[in-house]
Design a protein around this ligand. Structure first.
Ligand code: CP3
Length: 337
């Protein structure tokens, strides 16, 4: 049914004719075609919550860039919203939560999200599935509980995430209760994404790198494992940015693929994770180079993964001011490697 299932075969550790490629944050950000859809709307959230348009911008990178998978256009912050904590996307600044979680009393105001609360994303996946007509697989996604927790405590992005980290020391019981609620919400949301047509799912732990190893094990990896173990229907990818100290532990997580950021040592990851597919890990800034540099950097990256199951990607999301032609050059280099 799928005309191109390279990424699914690579994720399962099977033989592939060539390395599949996609980019984190490929939907939105860099494409003028995205910005023109977005310009007609009141804001980012309207796009996320309008399934026909979310499907349209999900498919744009497949048509315009030639990637081997479509990642559904949404955001990790829809989960806190469905739990009762609404967010705003402030133009040029990023997400902001008018209310945050500070106490047990705040926690009482929250609920475990149900998939129906996020029907717009489920509908967007169904429309995308229909319109893609099997051209490439669809990647569903969610934030890792720790990363979502950070936003709910901090109310937005942060350099240090000190408020969220403080909560782990001062109130570990409350922390675990909230992390448990996020985990439960995420499992049913991801299962609904799969039921709607997502062929694989990725868990983004964007702020993994701010935790000390013992806290990472207790407050992040434990919940990631609960999610990965619950999603038995499709291959799961875990991308934990900055968590090189936890690579060894990733071997025991019930996921098929482990995402590497550009700081991570590929050689070490190959040794520690012989049975996992590895995803990544070109520095997004490599795409600011000349076309020749992009080709060279992409080939050097591919050389490092040679002989290991691999899904080519950047080491984090593509930066908004990247030239789409350089992105295409990266993709073409992978495809002709
Ligand atoms: O990968 C994709 O292309 C699918 C869509 C997607 C978005 N956000 C759309 C988006 C995905 C997978 C995400 C995940 C996400 N969102 C993460 C994890 C990945 C990572 O980068 O670490 C995080 C931390 C967020 C939270 C978030 N959303 C931030 C910090 C911001 C503002 C800064 C920015 O532009 O990334 C967003 C907004 C956002 N999410 C945009 C897009 C396309 C830009 C909004 C706009 O169009 O104005």
């Amino acid at each position: 049914m799928l005309k191109n299932d390279l990424i699914l075969r690579a994720a399962r550790g099977e033989e592939v004719e060539r390395t599949p490629v996609w980019l984190m944050r490929q939907a939105g950000r860099i494409l003028p075609e995205y910005r023109s859809v977005r310009a007609k709307l009141s804001g980012f959230k309207e796009l996320v919550e309008t399934p026909e348009l979310a499907a349209e911008v999900t498919i744009q990178p497949v048509d315009l860039l030639g990637v081997d998978a479509a990642i559904i256009f949404s955001d990790i912050l829809v989960i806190p919203e469905a739990m009762g904590l609404t967010y705003e996307m402030v133009e040029k600044k990023g997400p902001h939560f008018p209310k945050t979680i500070d106490s047990a009393k705040d926690l009482e105001q929250l609920k475990v999200a149900k998939p129906e609360d996020l029907q717009y994303t489920i509908d967007a996946i169904k429309i995308t599935k229909n319109e893609l007509n099997g051209r490439v697989p669809i990647i569903g996604f969610a934030g890792a509980p720790w990363t979502i927790f950070s936003y709910m405590i901090e109310g937005g992005g942060s350099k240090t995430f000190s408020k969220a980290r403080k909560m782990l020391y001062n109130d570990p019981v409350l922390s675990e209760e909230l992390l448990g609620m996020i985990t439960e919400s995420t499992i049913s949301y991801l299962k609904a994404q799969v039921a709607a047509g997502a062929n694989m799912v990725q868990i983004f732990d964007s702020w993994a790198g701010v935790l000390p190893p013992a806290h990472y094990t207790r407050f992040s990896l434990k919940y990631i494992e609960q999610i990965a173990a619950a999603i038995t229907e499709v291959p799961v990818t875990v991308f934990a940015k900055g968590a090189y100290f936890a690579l060894r532990d990733m071997a025991d997580v019930s996921c098929r693929t482990v995402g590497l950021d550009w700081n991570m040592n590929v050689e070490e990851a190959r040794i520690l994770l012989p049975n996992k597919t590895l995803q990544g890990n070109l520095d997004p800034c490599a795409l600011y180079g000349s076309f020749d540099q992009v080709k060279e950097e992409a080939k050097n990256m591919l050389d490092k993964f040679k002989g290991h199951s691999h899904i080519a990607n950047l080491g984090h999301g593509v930066y908004p001011d990247t030239d789409p032609e350089k992105v295409k050059c990266f993709i073409e280099t992978v495809k002709s490697y």
